[in-house]
Structures are given as C-alpha cells and as structure tokens.
Design a protein around this ligand. Structure first.
Ligand code: GRF
Length: 203
C-alpha cells in the first residue's frame, strides 16, 4: 500500500483538519492526495485548499444514479493513485460500486461506540438512551451503515449536565485524536481481519 490517502467530506471538516495537522507534524506518515466533497459549501474544502491539497466537488445530485456517482469518485481517486480512502463526515451511504473498488481500504469515523447508536445524531441517541459512556469508533466501511470491522475505539463519559452540544464536543476531541492514529496503523500494515476482528501484529 502506498501512503496516498483521499478524504471524502460533506461539511465542516474538523476531522479532515486533524488529519492534515497530523500529517504536517509527522504523527501521520501520509500524503493527502485529494479531498472530495459532495457539497460545494463544505467548509472542509476551504481547509483543504489552505493546506494546498487538491480538491474536487462531486455533487451526487448531478449524476443519473448512485453507481454513476460512485464510479466518478473511484476514478478520481484512482487517477491520483490513492490507496486508502478516509470518510470524514461524508454524508452519503456508499454502495458496492465504491466499496468493492477499495476492499478493506475505506475508513470511517463515527461519534459513538459502535455497534451502539449507528446512523445520524449518534451523540443525541446516546443522551436520549441514557448511556453513561459513549465514545468514538474508527471502522472499515462496507455497504451497511456504520457496520464494518472496528479498528480503534475510545470511550467518553456522558455527564449528567450534558447537552447534545457538550457531549458532541467531548467526543469530537477524541475523534481528532484517534482518526489520524487509526490511519497511521492501517497504513503501516501488519494487521489482518479475522472474522470481524481487526488484529494488529504486536511485533
Ligand atoms: C463527526 O462527528 C464524525 O464522527 C461524523 O460526522 C462528523 C463530521 O465532523 N461522521 P467534521 O466534518 O469532521 O467536523
């Protein structure tokens, strides 16, 4: 695996920023080859441009089908020789066209301890459920929502006074820490997937 990564975003891009910062200060040995957003107004595009990274906007609404949209993304990434794709707040479910093009080479970050609270508003789900602990998960992406093998997780306490915003902020801080770490681990190799378990070679 080369060390070219592509990042897919739809919005704010704070996780993208964490990846950019980690690559810049040497915690992450990767080259950000491309950032793609499906929305023109994603603030993450500004972050990428400021960091001198190539960006593309691929609006899913301008393609006839999900397959056509995904094939364009695959081609964009392949042209830049991307070997690992990182979803960072990318708000589209990916189907077989995309997932099969990068088998075990797509990562996502989710703001809960999967398999608890998949889908949208995971922090609010945790609060409403009365969970005392939530957290963040980096996992491989398959065609099911927030369901692929887990790479790294970290726990975050849910405090009595928490609102959606305060809990989200506490989790986000951990997201920014573990996502670059997980990417670095995966790029380094020396891991296998056994069943659903991602196992790292301890040597
Ligand atoms: C994060 O909470 C991430 O876990 C979820 O979407 C949010 C994206 O935030 N998948 P940002 O765009 O990285 O700031």
């Amino acid at each position: 695996m080369n060390r070219n990564i592509g990042v897919l975003i739809s919005g704010r891009g704070s996780n993208l920023q964490a990846i950019i910062d980690a690559a810049r200060d040497g915690r992450l040995d990767a080259r950000l080859a491309l950032v793609i957003s499906n929305r023109t107004d994603a603030y993450g595009l500004v972050r990428a441009r400021e960091a001198g990274i190539d960006t593309l906007v691929r609006d899913h609404k301008s393609y006839a089908s999900r397959e056509a949209f995904e094939q364009v993304l695959v081609d964009d990434l392949r042209v830049r020789d991307v070997s690992l794709v990182c979803l960072a707040g990318f708000m589209r479910l990916l189907g077989a066209t995309f997932v099969n093009a990068f088998p075990n080479r797509i990562l996502n970050i989710h703001p809960a301890l999967l398999p608890a609270f998949p889908g949208l508003h995971a922090q609010r789900q945790a609060l409403e459920h009365g969970a005392k602990i939530s957290g963040a998960t980096v996992h491989f992406v398959d065609t099911n929502l927030d369901a692929g093998p887990i790479i790294l997780q970290t726990a975050v306490p849910v405090l009595d006074g928490d609102t959606d915003d305060t809990l989200s902020a506490r989790i986000l801080e951990q997201e920014h820490r573990i996502y670059p770490d997980a990417i670095q681990h995966i790029l380094n190799g020396r891991w296998t997937i056994q069943g659903r378990r991602v196992v790292f070679d301890q040597r």
